[in-house]
Design a binder for this molecule. Structure first.
Ligand code: UDP
Length: 323
């Protein structure tokens, strides 16, 4: 199939473009390069276009598209709290522009990047698809709005969609020349690795009084290539299923911030300096996925479940990043 990967110069988008190409699909990347990397676009042409400039989108549909994968979004919780207009504009209005362009060009299938942030402060763990949605920041709210729009579009226009709700994406495909590189870097595992390499500012551990095993936040880290694989499964699923569907994607095991630091120390064999800092606003104490539905219905089974494996692949990238 020919897949248009919106946001394919970014972290999860580039790893999915790579995985799609490995499965024999043809890839075109659409990206405005605001946070993505030109050097991460290696498996098909890049069309520089912006979801907020609808007239720029037609070029991406010049060659018939079988399905769209939509990663293009702003994704920093703190920034979304400080500037909600920007988040709703880019993530919601931008998605509507893309969906309109798809409708105009008669493209009827989309896989959408969603997030555990739609659940807000979870009332129970692990979090399955039916858990109440009550996002506590504009980032999570914007993603949940798009999920709702896709459900409405299924009834109104017959659009087929799969929303994949990532828990904590981590790891890299350094062998393919791609990895995680954000500016600024706010994510835990890259920040721990930078501390191990003696780069950047001192690592801060946000909060030590959460009701968890060691007082630090617990997250479900999932390898980015396992997430990418779920997109290929979702594409296959949409061949035979209409309507709007959603799946939670994680390994089902939670690790605390201190456990992640220990995993890096043991893989890299160097001490990791860190200091304790106050809680980061908007951080739930623990997020752990139930991915039973993805396993049963998509046949998804993550291959790199172990935190040390995930950290080792991120380390391969961070030691010698290509961008
Ligand atoms: N975190 C931290 N120091 C950092 C970055 C993150 O202590 O430099 C914590 C953060 O408070 C959260 C966890 O690590 O509890 C994962 O944060 P990240 O930003 O990687 O992902 P999120 O869970 O926000 O999507």
């Amino acid at each position: 199939m020919h897949i248009l990967v919106c946001g394919g110069a970014g972290y999860v988008g580039s790893h999915t473009a790579y995985t799609l190409a490995q499965h024999g699909h043809e890839v075109t990347v659409l990206d405005n390069l605001s946070t993505g990397h030109r050097r991460a676009v290696r498996w098909g042409p890049l069309i520089e276009a912006d979801l907020l400039k609808p007239e720029s989108l037609d070029a991406a549909f010049a060659h018939p598209v079988d399905a769209v994968m939509h990663f293009a979004a702003k994704s920093l919780v703190g920034e979304s709290v400080a500037d909600p207009y920007e988040y709703y504009q880019h993530n919601v209005a931008g998605s509507i522009n893309l969906l309109r362009a798809m409708r105009h060009h008669r493209v009827q299938r989309i896989v959408f990047s969603s997030t555990a942030a739609i659940f807000g402060l979870p009332s129970s763990l692990p979090i399955d698809e039916d858990h109440p949605k009550s996002p506590i920041n504009p980032y999570g709210a914007s993603k949940w709005m798009v999920e709702r729009i896709l459900a409405d579009a299924a009834s109104a226009y017959g659009l087929r969609s799969v929303c994949l709700r990532y828990f904590n994406a981590a790891g890299a495909a350094a062998q393919a020349g791609i990895g995680e590189s954000h500016m600024p870097e706010t994510h835990l595992i890259p920040n721990i690795l930078k501390s191990a390499l003696g780069e950047g500012t001192a690592l801060r551990v946000f909060g030590d009084d959460y009701p968890t095993m060691d007082g630090t936040c617990v997250r479900d880290y999932v390898h980015v290539l396992d997430l990418a694989n779920a997109h290929v499964r979702a594409l296959e699923f949409m061949q035979t299923h209409d309507g709007a569907h959603c799946f939670n994607l994680g390994n089902g095991t939670g690790f605390s911030v201190l456990q992640a630091i220990e995993a890096v120390r043991s893989i890299c064999g160097v001490p990791v300096a860190y200091e304790h800092a106050p809680r980061r606003p908007g951080d739930p104490a623990a997020l752990v996925a139930s991915s039973r539905k993805a396993r049963e219905i998509l046949g998804w089974s993550p291959q790199q479940c172990d935190l040390e494996q995930i950290v080792a692949s991120a380390w391969d990238w961070h030691r010698d990043p290509a961008y």
